[in-house]
Design a binder for this molecule. Structure first.
Ligand SMILES: Cc1cc2nc3c(=O)[nH]c(=O)nc-3n(C[C@H](O)[C@H](O)[C@H](O)COP(=O)(O)OP(=O)(O)OC[C@H]3O[C@@H](n4cnc5c(N)ncnc54)[C@H](O)[C@@H]3O)c2cc1C
Length: 461
């Protein structure tokens, strides 16, 4: 145990009661995320329901030098939520209230444990929606902010970074800060909101979030488009983006991922071929015009033409299959673990990255379906790792190869999953020594005792 954790647990139990748990299965659930890192049990798990309770927990943790790890839904993929030094896991999932909706200003405020699905259900009758949609439906707004998440709609609506107006954050020791506001822009002060977005629980615990909302488009058109080669699909992506068509979604699935999705999600009428899934938003006329222009480009790149998902049920089936792509990939090889890559490059380099990664995967001997938000220059391969000696090391070697290629093409090791434990080794290569020194200075100013999600982001953090 680290610090005086027993005293801290006893004091926390005084105000949380049975919302402070040392039950072994609850601790086990909070010992890992969706990743291949070694799990580690927290000493206890706290389930606060208010900002004030989070502040009291962080005051206790500071006083007794106990590490704390914020926990949303535990769907992160790089070891983010593993309490590598034990201590308290602070689970925000019971803080899932909808605090206010200002329909006329198209904004709202939610507690950090709320999910996008809950918010969109809450907004259902108001003609508004929140677009950022990580594939894991359970992920919380706090987790999404802390990992700077995105999803299939980012190409049109931006990532979580562009859709957060302000935050309430509890700092080490229990101080509460409010950042940003409700206006669409402000040129005052340092941008503290963006500082906490992507900070992975290492600078503070987010308890409330102000979000931008968007009007539900008058018309939505969705289509799948299949290609004889992966190159054709990637070239279509680049050409569609460069021609300025405002696609709402453009997702790539290679033939291995398509075979998995067809089997898992019963995608009738589609073949196991490299594919792009598209969605267009606008008026009836503008969505149809965007779709026609994109289809023309796809056909020039060798596609057979669009297969339309005409009604809402068809459309939902298509996007549900895309959201289930990870589970479909896992179902290809029961008993295997998965390691998910997350490289991203400037759009003009997408062909070099994707085709190079595909060659690396084939040479590696792994089954690793390829799927991703190519409209942003981002894709994932879900490397399926058998339970054999040395297999995980070989999978990490493949991940490193893909990252090295992305960095050499001016990209990043992670477009949306974040650093956690798994991507720490690339941070300096990507940002340079001086930028890392500034990040470390910020970390020690805000977390002088190194208690907030230790062991993440920096190699010796
Ligand atoms: C099937 C699948 C598909 C996925 N698809 C996508 C995708 O399309 N796009 C994408 O971006 N990601 C995706 N992910 C990754 C994951 O869902 C995201 O990283 C998500 O944002 C994590 O949310 P969470 O609530 O589960 O956070 P957790 O995993 O619980 O936590 C993630 C990090 O945030 C910190 N944290 C959590 N809550 C708070 C808080 N309130 N304050 C401060 N820090 C906090 C944690 O300490 C941790 O460092 C996918 C994962 C899976 C399993």
């Amino acid at each position: 145990m680290t610090g005086d954790v027993e005293t801290a647990i006893a004091a926390a139990r005084e105000f949380l009661g049975d919302r402070l748990s040392t039950n072994s299965s609850i601790r086990a659930h909070h010992s890992h995320g969706e990743d291949t890192q070694t799990p580690r049990l927290p000493d206890a798990v706290a389930f606060p329901t208010t900002t004030e309770e989070v502040a009291r927990l962080l005051a206790l943790a500071f006083a007794h030098r106990v590490p704390v790890v914020p926990f949303g839904a535990g769907t992160s993929l790089e070891g983010h939520v593993t309490p590598v030094r034990g201590g308290l896991s602070i689970d925000l999932s019971r803080m899932n209230g909808m605090l206010e909706v200002n329909a006329e200003d198209m904004d709202c405020r939610v507690q950090a444990g709320a999910t996008r699905v809950q918010l969109n259900e809450h907004l259902r009758d108001q003609g508004l929606f929140f677009p950022v949609d990580p594939g894991s439906l359970d992920s919380t707004f706090g987790g999404m902010c802390a990992t700077r998440a995105s999803g299939t709609n980012a190409v049109r609506y931006g990532t979580i970074r562009e859709n957060v107006l302000g935050l309430t954050v509890v700092l080490a020791g229990g101080r509460v800060v409010r950042t940003g506001g409700r206006v669409r822009k402000s040129s005052t002060g340092y941008d503290l909101t963006r500082l906490f977005i992507g900070s992975e629980g290492t600078l503070g615990i987010i308890t409330e979030i102000g979000l931008r909302l968007h009007g539900i488009p008058e018309a939505t058109a969705a289509a799948a488009c299949q290609f004889p080669t992966l190159r054709g699909a990637v070239e279509t992506t680049i050409a569609v983006l460069q021609s300025g068509i405002p696609v709402a979604r453009m997702e790539l699935l290679d033939e291995v991922q398509m075979a998995a999705c067809i089997a898992y999600s019963r995608l009738d009428g589609l073949e196991a071929l490299p594919s792009l899934f598209f969605e267009f938003h606008g008026t009836e006329a503008s969505a149809a015009e965007q779709a026609a222009r994109a289809e023309e480009i796809a056909v020039e790149c060798g596609a057979k033409g669009f297969r339309w998902a005409t009604d809402a049920a068809d459309r939902n089936r298509l996007w549900r299959a895309r959201h289930d792509a990870y589970w479909a990939a896992l179902a290809l090889k029961p008993g295997h673990r998965s390691l998910t890559t997350d490289a991203i490059v400037p759009i003009s380099q997408l062909d070099a990255l994707v085709l190079g990664a595909k060659a690396d995967i084939e040479a590696s001997g792994f089954t690793a379906p390829l799927v991703g938000h190519v409209g942003d220059g981002n894709f994932h391969s879900v490397i399926l790792v058998p339970d054999e000696p040395g297999a995980l090391d070989r999978a990490w070697a493949l991940d490193r190869k893909i990252v090295a290629r992305a960095l050499s093409l001016g990209g990043s090791c992670s477009g949306e999953h974040g650093v956690g434990i798994g991507k720490r080794e690339f941070l300096e290569a990507e940002h340079g020594k001086e930028a890392i020194a500034v990040m470390r200075a910020i970390k020690s100013a805000l977390d002088p005792r190194g208690l907030l999600n230790p062991g993440k982001m920096f190699l010796d953090g």
